[in-house]
Design a protein around this ligand. Structure first.
Ligand code: AMP
Ligand code: MG
Length: 350
């Protein structure tokens, strides 16, 4: 009998290291109170940190950030039966569905990432994701089963109409899945909500999708630790961010092993099998939506084509661990990443 092992690493391929900061003393009149709260949304732990002039101001901004994440979850989650995306999927092959500017925006941005990654990023991959169902059901779909789904994954059959504000999927059975880009988008929008609420600086982290703005009291940038893809809880490298997002896609987040082979949740649209070139890809970009879309797309492209794409793009950097465990760092990041200190553990976030 086959030996099957399911390993699910709970969210957390990147963590923001704020240890030792707590609530800083008020000194120069600059905002100096740091508050952090964590809740569960979009199927993952969402941590929001705000720097404000007072406890109350920081907490108000955090509440605004969480509200925005919850609002977007109601639009984009395919786990919520009456979300906009669920309604778009349910109407596949039948009729266009009116959607909000946010849903339209995420889908259009996802199409752009698809173009940039030559189809490696594909939000129409939903039927194949379901066939693999990596988190719940460790069975291998047959080649015939997967090939039969292929016509449903044609991105040209996704019509996002800006003028009509509708999305239409051409064929019955198509499903769009923004799991590879939606959290980054939500992090961006939550930051905008926090800034409107008066936060001077902060971080929104939806598991491994993180957007930072401003600096910590005292002028430090936000230090972010990237998880080692094969040593649970160990830090691979650290990098300091300001007004930047980072997102990590890894084959250790959701996977099962069968006969010594790892089957994970990021699928290559060309083969409909788990992508094989990388163990993890972290992308740094100005916006979370790009960092999140590109980490998944680059994971599929593999280290060579993926890093070549990063080097062609302005304001995008990457840290890739390839299948053999070798580290690749993009040229703009080489002077910015640092090795962890002696302990090198992720540790509890504070
Ligand atoms: P991430 O953790 O950002 O890499 O996103 C992973 C999620 O994106 C998966 O759980 C799937 O829902 C979805 N996904 C898997 N493969 C692809 C792909 N090739 N293109 C776009 N989304 C994908
Ligand atoms: Mg992604």
């Amino acid at each position: 009998m086959d030996r099957i092992r399911i390993l699910v690493v709970a969210a957390g391929c990147v963590c923001v290291c704020l240890s030792g900061l707590g609530c800083a003393a008020r000194s120069s009149g600059a905002p100096s109170v740091v508050v952090k709260r964590t809740q569960m949304h979009m199927g993952t732990l969402v941590s929001i940190t705000a720097v404000g002039e007072s406890d109350q101001a920081a907490n108000q901004a955090i509440t605004a950030g969480f509200q925005e994440v919850k609002r977007l979850e109601q639009l984009l989650s395919t786990w919520i039966p009456d979300s906009e995306l669920s309604r778009v999927n349910a109407a596949a092959g039948a009729k266009p569905v009116p959607v909000s500017p946010d849903t339209l925006n995420v889908v259009r941005l996802a199409m752009q990432v698809a173009e940039m990654t030559e189809g490696a990023f594909n939000i129409a991959i939903g039927p194949a994701v379901d066939a693999w169902n990596v988190s719940a059901q460790p069975r291998l779909p047959t080649a015939g089963e997967l090939e039969a789904l292929r016509p449903l994954m044609n991105l040209r059959a996704v019509h996002a109409d800006v003028r009509e504000r509708t999305i239409f999927l051409d064929k019955a059975g198509m499903r769009i899945d923004v799991g590879g880009i939606g959290k980054g988008y939500a992090a961006d929008q939550a930051v905008i909500a926090m800034q409107k609420a008066g936060a001077a600086a902060g971080v929104v982290a939806l598991s491994g999708d993180i957007k930072t703005f401003g600096r910590l009291p005292g002028g430090r940038r936000f230090p972010v630790a990237i998880q080692h893809p094969r040593e649970e809880g160990a830090i691979l490298v650290l990098v300091d961010l300001q007004d930047e997002a980072i997102s990590t896609a890894g084959d250790y987040e959701r996977f099962f092993e069968k006969d010594g082979i790892r089957y994970h949740h990021i699928l290559d649209p060309a083969t409909l099998q788990p992508a094989r070139g990388c163990q993890s890809v972290s992308v740094i970009a100005k916006d979370g939506v790009w960092a999140d879309g590109l980490d998944t797309g680059i994971f599929v492209l593999g280290p060579e084509r993926g890093m070549a794409l990063v080097e062609r793009l302005d304001d995008v950097e990457a840290i890739i661990v390839d299948q053999a465990g070798r580290l690749h760092v993009s040229s703009g990041l080489r002077n910015r990443v640092r090795a962890p200190s002696s302990s090198g553990r992720m540790g509890p976030e504070r």
